[in-house]
Design a protein around this ligand. Structure first.
Ligand code: Z5A
Length: 210
């Protein structure tokens, strides 16, 4: 395994149907080939408690979920995930590859649901205490293309049943954040054929390794 003191925190973001799950497998394979000691985890989730919170967040229900309740669930899961998984892994020298992180909260709860971004920033400060990803891969593609892809996967969750306008706001917020944090963000054109997307992704990860 490689030297442990340069462990990277890599997050994977994007709207529906962007191919995050598909491409994360390529990243895992590449990191393994490069003998990088890493863990792969996800948000919401990543610990038993946080996975239960994920279930609460994603399951469809008759009761309307208050926007602040959804926001606090996302950060409750994140607090547990950081304490139990992310920080210990980074501190022990393991890279952390995480499907979604706080950028998703700004995109989904902020732009999607309309929650004030300052409120999200306050929770981010409280829960993360300075922790930020080193690199964020944004799988970007037109909303209609992504929704068609996501629909092919089977039953839709509580977020996936939203209308196109919701996902347009999410896409715009991700792109806005990418331009606000150019050092950290890498945009992947996820509308291309899978081999081309894979080539972009592996190019980015190879750069990080250098
Ligand atoms: N959420 C939130 O609201 N607030 C928060 O703070 C956080 C999350 C952290 C679950 O996330 C939900 O949580 C999410 C936001 C909310 N909303 N939803 N839904 P998730 O990441 O677990 O769920 P997801 O967005 O559905 O991610 P996913 O499973 O990785 O899906 P994906 O990005 O669409 O990837 P995929 O399953 O690999 O690809 C979708 C389909 O497209 C699949 O059939 C592939 O074979 C196909 N595909 C992939 N790439 C291609 C290319 N290049 N060409 C053609 N077809 C392709």
């Amino acid at each position: 395994m490689r030297a442990s003191n340069s462990a990277k925190f890599i997050t994977i973001e994007g709207g529906e149907g962007g191919g995050k799950s598909t491409n994360v497998e390529f990243i895992k394979q590449y990191l393994t080939e490069q003998k990088i000691d890493f863990i792969h985890t996800r948000e919401p989730g990543g610990t038993p408690l946080a996975e239960q919170i994920r279930e609460l967040m994603l399951s469809k229900r008759e009761e309307k979920v208050a926007e602040d309740a959804e926001l606090l669930l996302a950060f409750a899961a994140r607090a547990q995930h950081i304490a139990e998984v992310i920080r210990p892994a980074l501190e022990s020298g393991k890279w952390v590859l995480c499907d979604r992180f706080t950028d998703a909260t700004y995109a989904y709860q902020g732009a999607g649901r309309g929650i004030n971004m300052d409120k999200i920033a306050q929770l981010e400060t409280m829960v993360q205490n300075g922790l930020q990803p080193d690199i964020t891969l944004l799988f970007d593609l037109p909303v209609d293309v992504g929704m068609k892809r996501a629909a092919q996967r089977g039953e839709l969750d509580r977020f996936e049943v939203e209308q196109a306008a919701f996902f347009e706001r999410i896409r715009a917020e991700y792109l806005h954040r990418a331009s606000s944090f150019p050092q950290r963000y890498r945009i992947v054109d996820a509308s291309l054929e899978l081999p081309q997307v894979r080539a972009q992704v592996l190019g980015i990860v190879a750069d990080v390794l250098e």
